[in-house]
Write a protein that binds this ligand. Structure first.
Ligand SMILES: [Zn+2]
Length: 296
């Protein structure tokens, strides 16, 4: 069933916030056309452009600064270019804020360099520091000084945890590093005590169902070979009182949109009022103040 049929019209028309979105997974329509053509799929640019026709949209975009540094690029120059490219859209109701992201497997020193780069950019639009990458690589606790530094320069704290790693990765990110939102965090479903903890502390999980299907993270957390979207634990997590925000992760890579993710949530059996509450939580748990998000 297409997302338009399954998604209540009221949900489709509400302004939305997207808090877990990697820039590298989100590209220009013309680039999409060129890339799909190279792989034998011909798409009209207009068709692609329609998928990108956003209004009333707030997003916190994750930038892989760790990868930029690894490639000897200057993140400050890249960031300046991004600000220049996105600023014109603010007048049509699009709001961009940025997350400087390190890759866990690159190590503690490299992660510290990402925080330092955020400090050098000296921009209020950079709202958070986060770590993604290979959850199984370096122990969480080692990043304590990095998160302390991020806190000192006024950044919020994020971490990808419990996507493919176990629930202990989520707890460590919160207890050792002070993570305020968890990227994915679907492993929580395997630890009832952690679910209570997340609900009590009101720590939001950034849930990306399409991504979890495509990367097989969902099947892994459920201990199965295959999983269907209907098996996703989003309803249980939400109904347990854990805040959740819905996101696409890497929309171009996973062929999804935020509307499609809301349709996925509807496929899991969530009721209209529950979908509305997820839309609202997207704004509630955003890091920019409400007046900046709504531009008033
Ligand atoms: Zn991610």
């Amino acid at each position: 069933m297409t997302s338009l049929l399954i998604l209540p019209a009221r949900i489709a028309s509400l302004p939305k916030a997207e808090l877990h979105l990697h820039l590298e997974g989100s590209i220009q329509p013309a680039t999409v056309c060129a890339l799909t053509a190279r792989h034998g799929v011909v798409m009209a640019e207009e068709e692609v452009r329609q998928r990108y026709a956003y209004h009333d949209f707030y997003t916190e975009v994750t930038l892989s600064i760790g990868v930029m540094l690894l490639r000897k690029q200057r993140p400050e120059a890249n960031f300046e270019a991004l600000i220049r490219a996105t600023e014109p859209f603010e007048s049509s109701g699009l709001r961009f804020r940025w997350v400087f992201d390190a890759a866990r497997q690159f190590g503690v020193d490299a992660a510290m360099e990402v925080v330092e780069s955020a400090e050098r950019c000296h921009s209020k639009a950079i709202v958070a520091f986060g770590i993604g990458g290979d959850e199984m690589s370096i122990p969480t606790e080692e990043f304590r000084p990095v998160y302390n530094r991020a806190g000192q320069i006024g950044l919020h704290k994020l971490m990808h945890a419990g996507e493919v790693g176990g629930p202990e990765k989520i707890r460590e990110a919160i207890e050792f590093l002070g993570a305020e939102r968890i990227g994915h965090g679907i492993a929580a479903i395997n630890d009832p005590k952690l679910m209570d903890f997340l609900a009590e502390r009101k720590i939001p999980l950034e849930i990306c169902p399409g991504s979890n299907m495509k990367t097989a993270a969902l099947a892994k957390q459920l201990g199965r070979k295959d999983a269907r979207i209907e098996d996703h634990p989003l309803p249980q997590l939400l109904r347990h009182g854990i805040p959740v925000v819905l996101s696409t992760d890497d929309p171009a890579m996973f062929h999804t949109t935020l509307h499609e993710e809301y349709a996925n949530a509807a496929r899991m059996g969530l009721q209209e009022h529950e979908l509305v509450s997820i839309v609202e939580m997207g704004f509630e748990h955003a890091f920019a103040p409400a007046r900046e998000i709504h531009g008033t």
